[in-house]
Structure formats: C-alpha cells, structure tokens
Design a protein around this ligand. Structure first.
Ligand code: GAR
Length: 206
C-alpha cells in the first residue's frame, strides 16, 4: 500500500476525506504521517483521532523556509512516505522539499487554476464576478499553485453566494476530487511524463 504523508495548516476537512477513504479502502493507501506547520489545529486532532502519527512543526521555529522544509523532509523520510499531499497546507515550499519528492507532491487549490492562485481563492472568485469556479489538484513544482494540472472540478457560483456558501460547495467538490486523484495515485494510474521543464500528467482510467 502506498504510504502517504499529508501536510496541513488548519481545519483538515480534506484530510478527513482522505482518512475516511483510506479507512474504507476506496484509496488503497495508508496515511503514514500528518504534519502541520501550525500547532494545535483541528487537522492534527483529526489525525490523532484516526490513530495516525500527527506532528506539529511550527515554521516559526526555523530560521528559513529551507530549514523548515528540511525538517519536514526528515519526518516524511522517517515515516517512509512515498507520496505527499498538501491538503490545505498554506506554506510556500522550496526545492529542499520539492526535489526530495520530485513529481510526487500534489496540492489541492480552491479555484480553477490558473485563475485565482494564492490565498482566499473563493473571495477572489466572488470579487471578480466569475459565474463558474472550482477546484484543482496539481503536481507541486517551484511556482506556487502552477504545477501541471491533474484534475479539476467546476463549482457554479450562485448570484446570492457569500464566501461561506460558495466555499461549502467548494469543499464538497474538493473532497471528491482529492479522493479520486489520490486513489488514482495509489493505484499507480497517474502517469508523469517529462516534457521539457514542465512534466505532462495524465490519469489512466481504471
Ligand atoms: C481548502 O479549500 C484548500 O483547497 C485550500 O485550503 C482549504 C483547506 O481546507 N488550500 C489553498 O488555498 C492552497 N493554496 P481544509 O483544511 O478543510 O482541508
């Protein structure tokens, strides 16, 4: 079974979807460790409640991003992690982490990238006035929120949406999309093909 490391910073609803899907066997993988850069968050409690190793590594304890990333890599290696999932992990990462797990890190983002990268993607979508937004799962490369796209799911914006109501539907779409992609990863169906600097990714059907 594929050993997964999940990086989080907050509530952990996407983590919970992964916990549930590994528990039921929908994802043929095992979450070996959950690491948060913010101590005390709900995501760590969710991991503990599921009997998964839960580690808080406060980024504030490290002099640089690279040093923080080195500490994360050390923990991921200690738990023999093969694939890394950023599930609401709100940190920019350096080559220290990216190169250690080259083309084996995926991120979920609450917009149809390349629209609305960064923080508060739901608010950005509402302020821009798009009628359709959605979520994206992509490979993590050097540039924030811009690695090769693996899957996207649209979410229709309603006229009376608030950030909260939009994000509620967004989370439902995220959970389904992330579980589907991680399932494919653990079933060995994600093909990563190096083409120039930007790898091409595709998910084979079951
Ligand atoms: C999710 O909406 C995720 O897409 C977003 O943070 C939220 C975490 O929710 N990530 C980003 O914005 C990354 N740029 P969760 O903690 O309930 O899973």
């Amino acid at each position: 079974m594929t050993r997964l490391g999940v990086l989080v910073s907050g509530n952990g609803s996407n983590l919970q979807a992964l916990i549930d899907a590994t528990a039921t066997g929908v994802i043929p993988g095992q979450i070996a460790v959950v690491i948060s850069n913010v101590p005390g968050v709900r995501a760590l409690q969710r991991a503990e409640a599921a009997g998964i190793a839960a580690i808080a590594l406060s980024h504030k304890q490290y002099a640089s991003r690279r040093q923080f990333d080195a500490a994360v890599v050390e923990e991921l290696r200690r738990y023999d992690v093969e694939w890394v999932v950023f599930a609401g992990f709100m940190r920019l990462v350096t080559p220290v982490l990216i190169d250690a797990f080259e083309n084996r890190i995926i991120n979920i983002h609450p917009s149809l990238l390349p629209a609305f990268p960064g923080v508060d993607a739901g608010r950005q979508a509402l302020e821009y006035g798009v009628k359709v937004t959605g979520c994206t799962v992509h490979l993590v490369t050097q540039d924030m929120d811009s690695g090769p796209i693996i899957a996207q799911t649209p979410v229709v914006v309603e006229d009376d949406d608030t950030v909260d109501s939009l994000m509620q539907r967004m989370h439902a779409a995220e959970h389904e999309t992330l579980v589907r992609v991680v399932q494919g990863v653990c079933e060995g169906r994600l093909a990563v093909e190096r083409a120039n600097a930007r790898p091409k990714v595709s998910m084979r059907k079951r």
